[in-house]
Ligand binder design. Structure first.
Ligand code: ZN
Length: 494
């Protein structure tokens, strides 16, 4: 039995003014054939799980094509079509296949395709014909009916931070192996309660999620249920499907899949008011950080790089630098990194750092900084971290210090703060600071909980702001809770 492995992963923030182009994929993941195996076989990523799961099941994994880019604006049409053409080309060279394992994100948008995942999975179905396709999704997918129709089974990460990506890939491989042996026939259905889970409430280990874990687990244990997933949704995509959803896979029982998905959808809907953000304002957060046990991780929700934000906001670090407790921030600014490198290690120079992309998230931080160290920005993460990446490249990187002892790491590439390697590879000991600005919401916790004694989620402005009323949506569903607080869901009637 030969199973093709494909992946096309992107989380597209439609509020970003700049598009994602092929270069963004090239600088993250764009691999085919053996290079795919080499890139992912040891990774804590679902594609690593596909490879390991196929081996365990005694089926041949045929690596075909995988592309991934760091979350950013919508993918250009040329890029999307080019990636698809590459995938199809590699498919045609792969020889006869019996099934497919596909890794999708579920929140990809291209210029012409608001549901880019529904589109490429449908094209994959057209290539594959009737052979089984089992696909994985990020928990932040904005699930569409089209995705559900395109493949035989969808399996989403269960955790946020996403620490079970490899396990979900292994689960998908085991499911396709059982399908190919004729032991099961996956069928599935989805449920789409018209509700948004605020980003701030999406940490799946928080107590308000316990009821849902138990409800989903109860279905997973039932006879004939092959998989059940909760999708948290990605709020920063102005698409019809934006919001939370459920997908359930059963063994050849479409009605049971539909009923299980509906029951879980209703359970989520009933608790909709527990998923509203709290909105800790910046001023309050700075005061609370000062009196909290450190190190304090201040999560800059509006400049969440893993949600597509630029990573050059200065609002929080500028406030912290006014205080006497030592503060740290990592800011993406290739111009400042270059200027620091030109000045050289040990030099002291007047610099403008960050604040270049969006005036609402801060202006450039202008001051005199000492260049403590320069690096190539490459490092390896060996622990299980959100995103499943092991190799990081933040480009030319400078560690700078101001006269008060506050430190800034300036990177040339946008790298989400999923690994403490971002600091330690530059010689920074995070425990030396009272406050660390972290440009994310939940994903960084997997790494930063080793260091931070306190976390504060700060409602900062930006294209990943937790305050959803800062955004103008034109394509979302209506009514949609909490935009329409009195929204009624017809399917909610038991
Ligand atoms: Zn995600």
């Amino acid at each position: 039995m030969r199973v093709g492995i494909v992946g096309l992963l992107h989380e597209s923030n439609t509020f970003h003014s700049e598009p994602t182009t092929r270069g963004h994929f090239t600088s993250d993941v764009l691999v085919a054939g053996d290079a795919l195996r080499e890139r992912f076989s040891g990774a804590h990523h679902e594609i690593g799980g596909f490879l390991a799961g196929c081996e365990r099941a005694g089926i041949e994994a045929v690596p075909i094509f995988a592309a991934r880019a760091v979350p950013f604006g919508p993918i250009t049409d040329d890029t999307f079509e080019g990636l698809w053409a590459d995938l199809a080309d590699q498919w045609n060279r792969a020889g006869k296949l019996d099934g497919v394992l596909a890794a999708a994100h579920g929140a990809a948008v291209s210029g012409g395709q608001r549901d880019a995942d529904g589109e490429w999975l449908s094209r994959l179905r057209a290539l594959a014909g009737p052979m089984p396709i089992v696909a994985t999704l990020d928990a932040h997918a904005n699930l569409s009916a089209r995705m559900v129709r395109a493949v035989d089974a969808l399996i989403a990460y269960r955790t946020n931070p996403h620490l079970d990506q490899r396990e979900r890939g292994e689960e998908a491989a085991a499911m396709i192996a059982r399908t190919l042996r004729g032991e099961v026939k996956p069928v599935m259905d989805g449920s789409f309660p018209p509700m948004v889970i605020n980003i701030e409430r999406q940490c799946t280990s928080d107590p308000h999620w316990r009821f849902m874990h138990e409800a989903v687990e109860d279905f997973r244990r039932r006879e004939g249920v092959l998989s059940a997933s909760l999708l948290l949704g990605f709020p920063y995509a102005d698409v019809r499907e934006m919001g939370a959803s459920i997908v359930v896979v059963t063994d050849n029982d479409a009605r049971a899949a539909r009923e299980a998905a509906a029951t879980l959808g209703r359970a989520l809907w009933r608790e909709r008011s527990s998923f509203l953000g709290q909105g800790l304002a910046m001023e309050g957060a700075i005061e609370e950080a000062a009196r909290s046990p450190g190190p304090v991780g201040l999560l800059d929700m509006g400049d969440n790089i893993g949600g597509g934000a630029p990573g050059d906001a200065t609002l929080l670090i500028e406030q912290l630098r006014k205080g006497s407790q030592r503060a740290f921030a990592c800011i993406c600014d290739p111009i400042a990194a270059r200027r620091a490198a030109d000045a050289g290690t040990g030099a002291s120079l007047e610099l403008a750092i960050g604040g270049r992309s969006d005036p609402s998230i801060g202006s450039p931080m202008v001051d005199r900084f000492r260049v403590v160290r320069l690096d190539d920005g490459r490092f390896i993460e060996r622990e299980v971290r959100h995103g499943g990446a092991s190799r990081f490249d933040q480009g030319l990187t400078a560690l700078l210090e101001d006269r008060s002892g506050h430190s800034i790491v300036v990177t040339s590439l946008r790298v989400p703060p999923f690994s403490l390697g971002q600091l330690t590879s530059c010689g920074v000991d995070p425990s030396r600071f009272h406050a660390l600005v972290i440009k994310g919401v939940h994903a960084p916790i997997a790494a930063y909980r080793e260091t931070c004694r306190t976390f504060l989620r700060v409602d900062t402005p930006g294209i990943t702001s937790a305050s959803m009323d800062r955004f103008v949506f034109r394509r979302r569903r209506a009514p949609l809770f909490p935009f329409e607080p009195d929204a009624v869901w017809n399917d909610a009637a038991d």
